[in-house]
Structure formats: structure tokens, C-alpha cells
Write a protein that binds this ligand. Structure first.
Ligand code: FAD
Length: 143
């Protein structure tokens, strides 16, 4: 299955501190996702996270449950949740879309167009935006 969600960033502090915390999130995510057979991508700007998680239903559900409880973000809203036959991010245990690409602008544009109302944000549009940015980005990283 594939889940796409957005959330509000609750990380505070300097850019360096936030970046350190994001690195920690990615380290944990990649380790646990490899064990669980989960792949996906994470986009971040100072205000918002957007994430795609794909993998076996039980594993995606368990992972999303933990993510939802994480105090490093708030207002976690599922945009789409559906069965898939093929993964979009098969090669990434959790790709990170870096800030040098147009990721923040893209995400902000999608959010702005909907008045920041998660109910109006199209999960497929977020999924497509992440995939497109990842494929043309040389800053997307994985470990
Ligand atoms: P533990 O590490 O035992 O932590 C216990 C609780 O504290 C959890 O609720 C945890 O969320 C919270 N926590 C842990 N570290 C901090 C901290 N530094 N500050 C505040 N609270 C903290 N996990 C994945 O497995 N896969 C993912 O793809 C993934 N993506 C994430 C994306 C985002 C935007 C965020 C914020 C987190 C993500 N996580 C992901 C991390 C996830 O929320 C859990 O922290 C992680 O899965 C470990 O779960 P745990 O129950 O072992 O928590």
C-alpha cells in the first residue's frame, strides 16, 4: 500500500539544529524501513513535512502509527492511502528531497493553492511532485 501525508513541523531552533534533527529522523527511518520493507520519500521545509510510505500493509500501518505519535511534527493528515501494484520509490528506504531543489516551493505552492487545508490537498499531486523532484535532483540522498 501507499500512504501520503502532510504534517506541520514542530522542530525548533537554528537551521543547523533543525538539520541535525532531520538527519536523526532519517537515520532512524532508514534503519527501521529497511527492516520492515518500507520505501518512500520525505520532503521538508520549515513549515511542513510531506512523506510517502510504501510497502506491505501491516508494516506501513505500524510505521505510520509511530510516525503519527511523534512530537517532532503535528497535525498529521493523510492525503491518500491506497493499494499499489508497483512501488514508486523502490530504491529508497527513505529518500530525502534536499532544499537546493524546488522542494519547499513546490510543497508550499500545493499547500497554498488549497488554503493550507489538508482535506483539499491532492495526495497524488504530492506523490507526483516528490517523484519528479527526486528523479531530477542530484541532492536527494539515501543511505
Ligand atoms: P522511540 O525512538 O522509542 O521514541 C519514543 C517516542 O519518542 C516516539 O513517539 C518517538 O516518535 C518520539 N521521539 C523519538 N525521538 C525524538 C526526538 N528527538 N524528539 C521528540 N520525540 C522523539 N520512522 C520510521 O520508522 N520510518 C519513517 O519513514 C519515519 N519517518 C518519519 C518522518 C517524520 C516527519 C518524523 C517526525 C518521524 C519519522 N519517523 C519514521 C520516526 C518515527 O516517528 C519514530 O520515532 C521511529 O519510528 C522510532 O519509533 P519508536 O517507537 O521506536 O520510538
Amino acid at each position: 500500500m501507499r500512504v501520503v501525508y502532510v504534517s506541520h513541523n514542530a522542530l525548533k531552533g537554528s537551521d543547523a539544529k533543525v538539520s541535525e534533527e532531520i538527519d536523526q529522523i532519517l537515520d532512524t527511518a532508514r534503519t527501521l524501513n529497511r527492516q520492515a520493507g518500507i520505501t518512500g520519500a520525505l520532503m521538508f521545509n520549515r513549515g511542513l513535512f510531506a512523506q510517502v510510505l510504501e510497502g506491505p500493509v501491516d508494516m506501513v500501518e505500524a510505521t505510520f502509527e509511530r510516525i503519527q505519535c511523534d512530537l517532532r511534527h503535528t497535525d498529521v493528515s493523510i492525503l491518500s492511502c491506497k493499494p499499489i501494484t508497483e512501488r514508486s520509490f523502490a530504491h529508497w528506504s527513505m529518500a530525502y528531497i534536499g532544499s537546493r531543489v524546488q522542494a519547499p516551493a513546490t510543497l508550499l505552492k500545493i499547500a497554498e493553492e488549497t488554503g493550507f487545508d489538508p482535506r483539499q490537498i491532492d495526495g497524488d499531486a504530492v506523490h507526483e511532485a516528490l517523484l519528479t523532484l527526486l528523479l531530477k535532483s542530484d541532492t536527494a540522498s539515501d543511505r
